[in-house]
Design a protein around this ligand. Structure first.
Ligand SMILES: [Zn+2]
Length: 162
């Protein structure tokens, strides 16, 4: 079946208005870290810097630069990159430290260049809802078996790359 324009950009195969739409509109908070991550991906696709800023944890390193700088860099990202799909690969429920982890693969292009990557993101509650705290990414262009990658396997790759 051909996708229609109402399909949510996060790839859930659900309608945008029944998926990430209500989170973007501020009608509801994403109920868990995976839903938040998916909604942030679709916010990148839609160029929604307001939502991306709102769901950035107060302790995220990017916050140090200040909101206007974060907004500028997001807009630059929207201009340069085209998004081709998201897949959630693995996740860990929040531990005693309150951190949830999500491993995902995002297909991204910058002109003719493949900028796709795998990222392990950390999410934490800030009182309002789940927020993006930090992430480690690896380019996925040369990675074999990306679609079956686990958090454990990703952590080994990350260590080997340092
Ligand atoms: Zn969605």
């Amino acid at each position: 079946m051909r996708p229609t324009t109402s399909d949510c950009p996060c790839g859930s195969k659900r309608d945008y208005v029944d998926c990430c739409g209500p989170y973007h509109a501020g009608e509801r908070e994403a109920p868990d870290a995976i839903a938040l991550m998916r909604s942030r991906y679709s916010a990148f696709v839609r160029g929604d810097d307001e939502y991306l800023l709102r769901t950035l944890h107060p302790d995220h390193a990017d916050r140090e630069a200040g909101d206007p700088a974060v907004r500028r860099s997001l807009k630059e990202t929207f201009r340069r990159y085209r998004y081709g799909g998201l897949r959630v690969l693995d996740h860990r429920l929040p531990g005693s430290d309150g951190l949830a982890e999500v491993l995902f693969h995002a297909r991204v292009r910058e002109g003719s260049r493949d900028r796709s990557f795998v990222e392990r993101s950390y999410f934490a509650l800030d009182g309002g809802g789940w927020r993006y705290l930090a992430g480690d990414m690896l380019p996925s262009a040369g990675l074999k078996g990306v679609e079956s990658l686990t958090l454990e396997a990703f952590e080994k790759l990350l260590e080997a790359s340092r």
